[in-house]
Design a binder for this molecule. Structure first.
Ligand code: ADP
Length: 471
């Protein structure tokens, strides 16, 4: 909320408070009439005609105020005029009910606290000044005999002429009025201060938020530029890397003549490094495609079994090199049908199997299993590898994450594989998660919805996409 908004709110609040003051005035009028009637029932001789005069005056004035306060723009002098007239009416009620001996003297205090809280800071001092003036004038006029003194309680008819009583009552009233003025004014001032500070804090927050949004926008633009840069650079790198790959392969396969052992070893190393570079470039290209929404899918309904068999076949030689037993258990064949993009799901699962091979030491074991469970097909890849440190597990699917333990082992990796896998599985409306114990092993799970209930999910998604396109 800005300062201007706060001021508008403050204006509305003030108007509400002024309207409330009209209601309170009606209430006080009623109480005065009722108490006067009650007291007269018990023998007090109030000057009822005078009280009626005061009350009528208050009623008439309140009617005018209720009209004035219902309008949008209230001229500033109205509340102040109200304050003076209220004090006058109170003084007249006090006069007609016994002057200095009136039971209605506390009305002065009520008026001070009420108006002070209701509108401005100035109201307090003005009230105090007007109240004490009216009160002093009244008792002086009565004392001097220029104004009739009414004696409500004939038991002590001369009480109003008793200076000890006058001093005690008058002094007490004035002191209480002063204290009330200060006390209620203090509360109002503190509240105003807090309100202003809150408004300032709010404005700072708004400004900070705007700055944050601008920075965020700029970051988005930079991120977009970075993605484009990676995409262009990767594309440009792919062609020469492919050329290098095929040249090295020809040399390695001795198409250009025999090589001695040293040459052969060097060429193989070069070929492997080049392959890693191609993998990295492919990962980077896939990530930028994902981020730009260009990772398109072509879904078909099929069994996951041939995809997994092919995957295992491709990885067999790596497993053999590391003397890792890589076992595949498809469970009950035929497996239920799932809807997949063959290449993408192959890539997604391959990243998990690659990791299992990479992060399982020599002689370890990897089991790939498939099992339908309720409305899903669960694929699990379990290894006896190094595991993922517990405190790093929440970050496993984020971009560029690599565990401390595998970095220490100086294994190769980009930290992009599982980010890509996670994205692919999500696009298949599936789930991917894992359980891992450092030093013992890791099990990754992929759940793909079976075709039967997939259709429903798909229909819903397609309908939504269609609706969005038509929008
Ligand atoms: P990388 O190219 O580093 O393998 P990934 O995104 O595929 O990137 O994996 C991210 C990180 O998750 C890995 O670097 C490794 O720390 C951890 N990780 C993934 N799979 C395994 C696993 N089977 N065993 C141990 N750590 C794993």
């Amino acid at each position: 909320m800005k300062i201007e908004d706060l001021m508008e709110l403050e204006k509305q609040e003030r108007q509400k408070r002024l309207q409330w003051s009209v209601v309170i005035r009606y209430l006080v009028i009623f109480i005065v009439v009722f108490l006067s009637w009650l007291a007269s029932q018990f023998g007090a001789s109030f000057f009822l005609a005078g009280i009626l005069f005061s009350v009528s005056l208050a009623l008439a004035f309140n009617l005018i105020l209720s009209y004035v306060y219902s309008r949008k723009d209230i001229a500033k002098f109205w509340p102040y005029l109200g304050l003076v007239i209220d004090m006058f009416i109170i003084t007249s009620i006090v006069h007609f009910t016994g002057g200095i001996t009136s039971v209605f003297l506390p009305l002065y205090l009520l008026q001070i606290v009420g108006t002070n809280v209701h509108f401005s800071r100035l109201a307090g001092p003005i009230n105090f000044f007007v109240g004490t003036t009216f009160f002093a004038a009244l008792f002086t006029l009565e004392d001097q005999g220029w104004l009739t003194h009414y004696t409500p309680f004939p038991v002590a008819p001369d009480l109003h002429q008793n200076y000890a009583y006058i001093a005690a009552t008058g002094f007490t009233l004035v002191v209480l009025m002063a204290v009330s003025t200060y006390r209620s004014g203090y509360v109002v001032r503190s509240l105003e201060k807090v309100e202003k500070e809150l408004a300032k804090v709010n404005e700072d927050l708004i400004r900070a938020n705007q700055a944050f949004q601008t920075a965020n926008q700029r970051l988005k633009e930079l991120d977009q530029l970075k993605t484009e840069f990676i995409s262009v650079a990767s594309h440009q790198l792919r062609t020469p890397l492919s050329a290098i790959k095929w040249s090295l392969k020809m040399l390695m396969d001795k198409d250009l003549g025999p090589l001695n052992e040293e040459q052969q070893e060097l060429i193989v190393k070069g070929y492997q490094s080049n392959e890693r570079m191609i993998d990295l470039i492919n990962d980077l290209l896939n990530v930028s495609r994902i981020e730009e929404g260009r990772f398109t899918y072509l879904f078909v309904e099929q069994s996951i079994d041939p995809i997994l068999r092919e995957l295992i076949e491709e990885q067999k030689h790596v497993a053999q090199e590391k003397r890792i037993s890589l076992e595949y258990d498809p469970g009950k064949i035929p497996l239920p049908i799932v809807r997949v993009d063959t290449q993408k799901i192959h890539l997604g699962l391959q990243n998990i199997v690659d990791n299992a091979l990479k992060y399982t030491p020599f002689g370890g074991k990897i089991y790939v299993r498939v099992k339908p469970e309720k409305e899903e097909l669960i694929i699990s890849i379990q290894d006896t590898g190094v595991g993922i440190p517990v405190n790093q597990q929440p970050r496993v699917f984020s971009k560029f994450f690599r565990g401390d333990n595998v970095i220490r082992m100086q294994t190769e990796g980009t930290g992009l594989g599982l980010f890509i896998t996670h994205n692919i599985i999500q696009k298949h409306h599936g789930r991917v998660w894992f359980e891992s114990h450092e030093g013992k092993g890791t099990s990754f799970y992929v759940a793909l919805p079976l075709v039967k209930d997939r259709t429903q999910v798909w229909n819903k998604t397609e309908k939504l996409e269609q609706a969005l396109q038509n929008f």
